[in-house]
Design a protein around this ligand. Structure first.
Ligand code: BGC
Length: 515
């Protein structure tokens, strides 16, 4: 379709434009942002299951692992400092995302993406050459700063550059790239674990530099978004960029809309103060709860620690890494299923089906592990049982990847009207990072103390969040963002928070902002 002309529909309007090289470049930036995020999620679990890595940095964990041949499997890898290696990245990302939102707004999206790429490259180099835990963790912190900046700037950049018609697809495109990043990390770990010198972990960690370079180069060549250029006071330059991006001189209508939207956004000085007004209660609650719930599904226990978990349950080195590759592949394929079905089946069907699938699988894992390892953590799995366990985990991952995985990013981004969008996005990113950190930090300790009960614990949360979706999340499929208040107004619970004056004859009168 590249180069072909068609009309672009946005909020009921038809702007002229076509798919241009710039739009294709934006996909590459999206891909590198998602890859960076995913690569980091996937790489640490494999590396922390590699013996040369453990013996260099965490000899006590390695000793415990070796000695626990007949002992408590649940506590084999328990070490606060080992988990800090994994989770430190997310605490840095959380802190960085607040700075990133200021830089992104004041100085543009491009500079934030460039900075993200540089922080990533620096972190990858530090990790690749690390000779001490301090350097290793400093490297993770620098990667975290990269994640914070990239996760804040890339989705905004995409939303503003993409023709409205492709906004949703590009949004989930970011999730797909993330799952591909996790899978690539699993494959890289498998390859590098075979390096005879025992230095494979260095290669795994240093390869994070590849998507980092993609992002640096992408952000050097790409223009900033017209919205951001207007907001910084250069409308003429913005118009030129818009013409280039849309591949046509005729952008007047869209350009005028951007100018008006920017004026309106300026009037709402405090997006943070605005979002706590009662009329935005549904968005505030949902932007806090969705990322929290997404992490309480327990997905990152699998994504971070799959090889460690499989090793804990008695699989060999190779089998553990291969199992992680299998779960990583299921994750990618099921996210594609989500893209194909989200606008036809709707968000609620995917949330509810995915949730039920996860509950059944988690209860299945808890029962199987409980029966085989009991509370003492002593036991083993037969080949058939290990295969069945892998099947349950894959089915769980599939359930997540077509529901809470992509929808956890999509839904918060589409329920907020313009005046609170930046605050809503910042809350979503930071709550997500906070709980990614918490799960990363406490999972191995919880496994040691709660044993197989940990899987019942996560199942319990998925039951709560599935009930929450059933009662409190309205369907938003095919609803233009500026008409979203009609959905809230019609809702049995949230309706009372929405003043009558923002919904006239079923059409949202653009609340406070006249865009
Ligand atoms: C989540 C990540 C998770 C990933 C797995 C994303 O939507 O935010 O925390 O690791 O899905 O694919």
């Amino acid at each position: 379709m590249a180069g072909g002309t068609f009309n672009i529909e946005g909020g009921g309007k038809n702007y002229e434009g076509r798919i241009t090289l710039f739009v294709i470049f934006t996909c590459v930036v999206a891909a590198s942002g998602g890859l960076l995020f995913g690569y980091d999620i996937g790489i640490s679990g494999g590396v922390t299951s590699m013996e040369p890595f453990l013996s260099k940095f965490f000899p006590s964990v390695q000793k415990k692992m070796k000695n626990s041949g007949n002992g408590n499997m649940y506590c084999k890898f328990e070490s606060q400092i080992l988990t800090l290696f994994t989770s430190s990245l997310y605490i840095a990302a959380l802190v960085a995302s607040f700075f990133a939102s200021v830089v992104t707004r004041k100085y543009g999206r491009k500079i934030s993406m460039f900075f993200a790429g540089c922080a990533f490259l620096f972190g990858a180099i530090l990790n690749g050459v690390a000779n001490s835990i301090v350097l290793l963790i400093l490297g993770r912190l620098s990667l975290g700063v990269g994640v914070g900046f990239a996760n804040q700037a890339v989705p905004v950049y995409l939303a503003e550059m993409a023709p409205a018609k492709f906004r949703g697809a590009l949004n989930i495109g970011f999730s797909i790239a993330c799952t591909i990043g996790i899978l690539v990390a699993n494959l890289v770990n498998y390859g590098t674990s075979k390096i005879k010198s025992g230095q494979g972990w260095r290669v795994s960690l240093a390869l994070a530099g590849v998507p980092a370079l993609m992002m640096i180069i992408g952000s050097l060549f790409l223009p900033d978004t017209p919205n951001s250029i207007i907001a910084r006071g250069h409308p003429h330059q913005a118009k030129k960029v818009l013409q280039k991006v849309r591949g046509t001189e005729n952008v007047e209508e869209e350009f005028q809309d951007l100018i008006q939207a920017s004026e309106a956004a300026k009037k709402v000085e405090h997006s943070w103060k605005t979002i706590i007004e009662p009329r935005y209660r549904p968005q505030l609650v949902i932007c806090c709860l969705i990322p929290l719930f997404q992490q309480l599904t327990g997905i990152n226990a699998i994504m971070f620690y799959a090889p460690v978990l499989f090793k804990t349950l008695g699989m060999g080195d190779d089998a553990s890494l291969i199992s992680a590759i299998i779960t990583g592949s299921v994750n990618v394929v099921a996210t594609i299923v989500s893209i194909l079905t989200v606008d036809r089946l709707g968000r609620r069907v995917l949330f509810l089906e995915g949730g039920m699938q996860m509950i059944v699988c988690q209860i299945g894992v808890a029962i199987l592990v409980g029966l085989k390892f009991g509370v003492s953590g002593v036991g083993s799995l037969t080949k058939g049982e290990a295969d069945f366990l892998l099947f349950l985990i894959c089915t769980y991952v599939a359930g997540f990847a077509w529901s809470w995985g992509p929808l956890g990013w999509l839904v918060p981004s589409e329920i907020c009207p313009l005046e609170i969008r930046s605050a809503g996005q910042a809350i979503n990113v930071s709550v997500n990072m906070l709980f990614t950190f918490v799960i990363g930090q406490v999972f191995l300790t919880m496994l040691c103390s709660m044993k197989f009960g940990l899987f019942f614990f996560f199942a319990g949360f998925v039951i709560i969040m599935t009930i929450f979706v059933a009662f409190f999340i309205p369907e938003t499929k095919n609803i233009p963002i500026e008409e979203i208040n009609t959905v809230w107004k019609a809702h049995w619970f949230w309706g009372k928070y929405i003043p009558d004056d923002v919904v006239i004859d079923g059409i949202h009168n653009k609340s406070k902002v006249d865009i």
